[in-house]
Design a protein around this ligand. Sequence first.
Ligand SMILES: [Fe+2]
Ligand SMILES: [Fe+2]
Length: 390
Amino acid sequence: MLEVAAFRGPTLIYHARALSSAAPRSISTGIYYKHGTDDDQVTKEEKDKGASWADVYNIKRQKYGIGSKPESAFNLASRTFVSQGSSIVKEALAGVGIFAKDYIPPEEKPPNCLGLTLDSEAVKDAERKREARAGEKVETNPASRALYDAGCYVLDELFVGRPIARFWFLETIARMPYFSYVSMLHLYESFGWWRDPQLRKVHNAEEYNELHHLLIMETLGGNDRWRDRFLGYHVAFGYYWAINALFLFSPRAAYEFMELLEAHAVDTYSTFYIENKERLLELPAPAVASSYYKGADLYLFDDFQISKRPSSRRPPVDNLYDVFKNICEDEAEHVKTMAACKNYSKVGKIVVSPHLSFDNDSEQVQNEKRARWLEWSEEINRACTAEEDF
Ligand SMILES: [Fe+2]
Ligand SMILES: [Fe+2]
C-alpha cells in the first residue's frame, strides 16, 4: 500500500488516495467532471463526507487559474501575477529551509511519489528505430529538423528524472498549433479567401484531445513547480505566434512541423509506458481520463481520428498504464491526421471528419435520405417547369 499525499496544486485540487495494487481505486481531481456512472470512482470517504452522487459524477466546472468567470484580461493578469508571485516566494523560501504551513515536500506528493522514470536515451533509440523503418520517418526541411533536434535536446536536459513534468510541458505547447491552425483558418475566412469548416472542426477535436492529455498531466502534478509553469506558458505563447507566422507563408510547413512533434510524442510515451509498465499497472486511472475515454459523448474523440471509423476505438481505462497507452495511441492518430493535412495543403486531397468520410448510415437511413433527396429534386423540377410555363 502506498500512501499518496493530498495537495493543493496550482491549478487543480487533487486528492490522491491510498493506492492498493490489488484494488486500484481512484485518483480523483474532485473538481473535474465525469460522465457516466462508474460507481467504482467514488470512494467511501467521499460518501461519508456527504458528497452526493451528483457532486461526484455530474459535470462540475473545473476551476482553472485565478478566475471564476470571464472578465477583463487586466484583472486576471494582475491577480495571476500575485498568485504566481506567492508561489515563487514559497518555493524560494523552501529552498533555504523556511516552509509555509501547507508545505509538502516534493518527494511526498505527485508526481515524485509515483516513482515513474523516463530514460532519454531509450526515447532517442525508439526514435532512431522508427525513422529506420520504411515510411515512418517524417521527411521535413533542414530548418524544421534543426529546430526539432534543438528542442529535443533542451527537453532532455531540463526534465532529467521528471517525466510527468516533461509531459505536462509537452502537452502545454503541443496543443498550440491547433489553436493556431484554427486562428489562421478563421483569418482566411474573415478575409473571404478560403473556407473549410470541416478542417477547422478536425483541428478543434485535436485540440480537445490534447487538452485532456494536459489535464491528466496536471492531475498527476506535472505543473507543480513554478519554474515549469513559467517556462511552459511562455514557450507556448511564443510557439503559437511562430506557427501563425509559418502558416501564413506555408501551411504545409506548419503541418509538417507538427507531424514531426507528434511522432516524437509517440516515441516518448511508448518508451515511458513500456519502461514503467509494472508501476503504471498498479496505479489507478485519474477520473479525468475515465471521463474522457469512457464518456457518453465521444463525438470529438472520434472526430480527430480521420483514418478510423467512428466508434471503432474504445480503449480501456482501468489503470494508469491504459491511460498512457491511450495517450500514445492518440498521438499516433495525430501523426496520421497531420500527414493528411500536409497532403491537403500540398496536393489538395481534402481532409474531412470521419463522421463524413465513413458511411455510417444504416440501409434504412440511406433509403430515407434518398427519398427526401428525390422529393426535393422533384420540387425543384416542378418549380423550374412552372417558371418556364410562365
Ligand atoms: Fe498529447
Ligand atoms: Fe499530440
